[in-house]
Design a protein around this ligand. Structure first.
Ligand SMILES: Cc1ncc(C[n+]2csc(CCOP(=O)(O)OP(=O)(O)O)c2C)c(N)n1
Length: 246
């Protein structure tokens, strides 16, 4: 997300046939514990002894803003969830970005503990499933979680409600295949930065878009068919493409 950030956004924009696994541990581990582009504001590290001043990136929001056709989030310790997300990413034609929340037990231990601890996870984790209502938390009598995500009519933003008090009427149904990235973007920013409560995991976006590799090889085929235009030998043996004037 720092030196490689430029390449990341343009790979996503072009929809190159790549699967990107972004291990987010919110620290620089290999170089021994400096703050990184996903470290929280105020983070005390070796390079920020008085606390980091930088606002972090939200990698899922960044990917959606860069026109990504497949964006997902999962957690390192949830093997079943991780496996299913990686399978879906592997099957996606084009660029897939999977953010994996990863513990660094040496330099940033417990960064995602709220999503792993059984009790806290009830409030923290929202498991997105395509075609299913966005519900989480302790089970309600209808078999889904007692919390739901709705669109707040006053602000247009997303909001968490208790369906036992407010009913299930406005609860969103997750649609990973919708062409608009708007709701996926709002979901990517639902989590509370400090507590990690209301963190959606799963496939936020999975849409079909022309893949760069295919477009380019089709264009090469076209160029070869059109004599002269795509003739490399003719190009090399051809005349100058410029003229020196007086
Ligand atoms: C584009 C780019 N290439 C190479 C580097 C050099 N580099 C610095 S740290 C590192 C390894 C990072 O490992 P990773 O597991 O992604 O992160 P960690 O949690 O260990 O910091 C590399 C290759 C770089 N910073 N950027």
């Amino acid at each position: 997300l720092s030196i490689g950030g430029n390449h990341l956004i343009h790979a996503l924009r072009r929809n190159v046939n790549l699967k990107i696994l972004l291990f987010n541990n919110r620290i620089y581990g290999l170089t021994k514990g400096q703050y990184s582009p996903t470290s929280e504001v105020g983070k005390i590290t070796k390079s920020t002894p008085m606390g980091s001043l930088d606002a972090p990136f939200n990698p899922v929001s960044l990917a959606l803003g860069a026109e990504a056709s497949f964006v997902a989030r999962t957690v390192d310790s949830d093997r079943k969830h991780l496996t299913s997300v990686l399978r879906e990413a592997a099957a996606h034609p084009g660029t897939a970005l999977v953010e994996i929340y990863q513990n660094c037990n040496i330099f940033n231990d417990g960064a995602f503990e709220a999503l792993k601890d059984k009790e806290q996870a009830q409030e923290a984790v929202i498991r997105l499933e395509h075609g299913q209502p966005i519900r989480f938390g302790a089970l309600a009598p209808d078999g889904f979680g007692s919390k739901g995500v709705i669109r707040d009519p006053a602000t247009g933003d997303l909001k968490v409600i208790d369906v036992r008090e407010e009913g299930t009427g406005g609860v969103l149904v997750h649609d990973a295949h919708t062409p608009s990235p708007t709701t996926a973007f709002a979901l990517s920013r639902l989590a509370d930065a400090d507590t990690l409560h209301h963190t959606p995991i799963g496939v936020l976006r999975n849409v079909d878009r022309p893949v760069y590799d295919t477009l380019m090889s089709d264009q090469l085929d076209d160029a070869i068919q059109q004599k002269g235009k795509g003739d490399l030998a003719a190009l090399l043996a051809g005349n100058d493409t410029w003229t020196v004037v007086g």
